[in-house]
Design a protein around this ligand. Structure first.
Ligand code: SAM
Length: 238
């Protein structure tokens, strides 16, 4: 075995098995697992599943919490649908900053392209509501059961994407909101702990952290548990 499973799990925080190593060995020539190289191969062993307005109540919470200049970090955003969903629901908020990051360069390249093929009925129905916004172009395909969506003016909408490994600390500090869903559940106990530290460090004092429903709770004096509708989130007190 050229790649070492324990090393890969430590470097990504992910709970992987031998299949991931087999995929790596099939796909690439012998390389050491440098931080840069991990971004290039991460699509081989990560789950990219994402869709528009996944768990709508999280986006309603974002809307409630956002004011002019709100900055939001979407950690582990995969191909970017949650960042674009936020840009649509927050279209009236001026000068917002939406930063999407992911371990995989391939996922981020797809996010940057802003082009998506959408076939889920619920997703199409929600996207239809925003078709009059100038940044979102919907094209219904001939079969009428799927749509092509293209987002334009990404920069104008305050959106940016970048590669980032949650094992390396926060992408940046001082975000009003840090949003991370369906990422920690794929991690080892140690990976979860490290990723959670990075996420918490990314939030400014007074800001909030929104995690997935099955993610760990935070029991620390400087974090307050809050609830909006059915969503639990965490506020940084100091
Ligand atoms: C299932 S997707 C979730 C996408 C999106 N957050 C959502 O809920 O729709 C999980 C993403 O986490 C990313 N990921 C896994 N380990 C990571 C790490 N150590 N640092 C950053 N992102 C990571 C994967 O590349 C993948 O794109």
């Amino acid at each position: 075995m050229i790649y070492n499973l324990t090393d890969l799990m430590q470097k990504t925080g992910l709970n992987l098995d031998k299949k991931s190593i087999a995929l790596l060995e099939k796909e690439k020539e012998v390389q050491s697992l440098t931080p840069y190289f991990i971004h290039d191969v991460a699509h081989l062993f990560t789950n990219p599943e994402s869709y528009f307005f996944r768990n709508l109540s999280h986006f309603e919470l974002l809307k409630k919490m956002s004011t002019e200049k709100t900055s939001i970090w979407f950690a582990g955003c995969s191909t970017g649908q949650e960042v674009y969903s936020a840009s649509l629901i927050l279209s009236s908020i001026k000068n917002k900053i939406l930063v999407g990051t992911d371990l995989s360069r391939k996922h981020i390249d797809k996010a940057v392209s802003g082009s998506f093929f959408v076939f889920r009925e619920s997703e199409i129905n929600t996207l239809e509501k925003y078709k009059n916004l100038r940044q979102c172009h919907l094209h219904t395909n001939k079969n009428k059961k799927s749509v092509d969506v293209k987002f334009s003016s990404i920069r104008k909408e305050g959106i940016s994407f970048d590669i980032h490994n949650l094992m390396d600390g926060p992408y940046s500090k001082g975000f009003d909101v840090v949003f991370c869903r369906n990422v920690l559940l794929h991690m080892t106990i140690v990976g979860k702990k490290k990723a959670l530290c990075s996420l918490k460090d990314g939030v400014k004092v007074g800001g909030i952290l929104i995690l997935g429903d099955t993610d760990p709770h935070i029991f620390e004096d400087n974090w307050e548990r809050e609830k909006y509708q059915n969503v639990i989130f965490w506020k940084k007190k100091w």
